[in-house]
Design a protein around this ligand. Structure first.
Ligand code: AMP
Length: 284
């Protein structure tokens, strides 16, 4: 059985009915163009929920004016097939107008964590993300929502929103799913040309090297970050937006390893394609 719902009010009625039957609702917000990374999130939601809602919505407010909103890959019917096979039964696929009325004017803004790194490079991006995620929660009324660690700063900002606004939604983080050579799966990987594609594996190679060195006893964070940078620079990228060590919850830059975890984050460009990756270093 699969149900496709486009309107917010119908989605809310469906969620109310499921809740009144005592069902646990898990939601997986996506922008479509689904790959195995998304499907892993759906499987995680299915393992802990009775009803899995996959939302598919390319959210215009999280794209900057010169970004790829118009060319973002869209494949709704294939997405529904794939997500169904992974355990989603309900698809929330609103139109832009359904989510943003003509005179739309209300946004959710994180004032600190969202200003760093991705937030600095993509002004307004997280304002769009937090706003749409809250709106998706309002529509789907989930008990739990699954987000990938691939977008680590997004995960941190959403967790902060849930805490700050007191939302009654459990946020479940999901591990990064990778291609065979380590490249983190992303809907935007299709833009990498044949020359850039193998070079793009340098992000995960650099991050893995840092993890290995940590295991070998290296405790200098500067050295670990420098190793990541060396591996990435060797792949001759078009540009490096950042390579940094941060607190995984606040995205505050760190100069020393934390026992509870130091997140290494990278954002690198090959041609016009921006790739993100990260790994958590723990010394415990
Ligand atoms: P997107 O469709 O790119 O907005 O992503 C929807 C969700 O899938 C987000 O929670 C992402 O973090 C997650 N996601 C995307 N790629 C991956 C991946 N390679 N591994 C795990 N989660 C991912």
């Amino acid at each position: 059985m699969r149900t496709v719902i486009e309107s917010v009010s119908e989605m809310q009625r469906f969620a109310d009915a499921a809740r009144s039957q005592g069902k646990r609702i898990g939601v997986v917000p996506t922008m479509g163009a689904l790959h195995d990374g998304h499907l892993s999130l759906i499987r995680i939601a299915a393992s802990s929920s009775d009803v899995v809602i996959c939302s598919i919505f390319v959210n215009p407010t999280q794209f900057g004016p010169h970004e790829d909103l118009d060319s973002y890959p869209r494949s709704l019917s294939e997405d529904i097939e794939k997500a169904s096979s992974a355990g989603a039964t309900v698809f929330f696929t609103p139109t832009v107008r359904e989510m943003y009325a003509k005179d739309y004017q209300t946004y959710v803004v994180n004032e600190e964590a969202a200003t760093r790194f991705e937030g600095e490079i993509r002004p307004g991006h997280f304002r769009g993300v937090t706003t749409i995620v809250l709106k998706l929660f309002t529509a789907t009324k989930p008990h739990a929502a699954v987000f990938g660690r691939k977008d680590a700063q997004q995960l941190a900002v959403i967790r902060m929103m849930v805490r700050d606004l007191g939302l009654d939604v459990e946020i479940i983080p999901a591990p990064i799913i990778r291609e065979a050579d380590g490249l983190a799966m992303s809907s935007r990987n299709v833009y990498l040309d044949a020359d850039a594609r193998p070079r793009a594996a340098s992000l995960s190679r650099g991050l893995s090297r840092a993890t290995t060195l940590l295991g070998d006893g290296v405790r200098s964070l500067a050295r670990l970050v420098a190793e990541v940078r060396g591996a990435i620079e060797a792949s001759d990228p078009t540009g490096i937006d950042y390579i940094a060590a941060v607190h995984p919850d606040t995205f505050q830059p760190l100069t020393e390893l934390r026992e509870d975890g130091t997140l290494l984050i990278v954002a690198v460009r090959f041609g016009s394609t921006r790739l993100l990756d990260n790994t958590l270093l723990t010394t415990r």
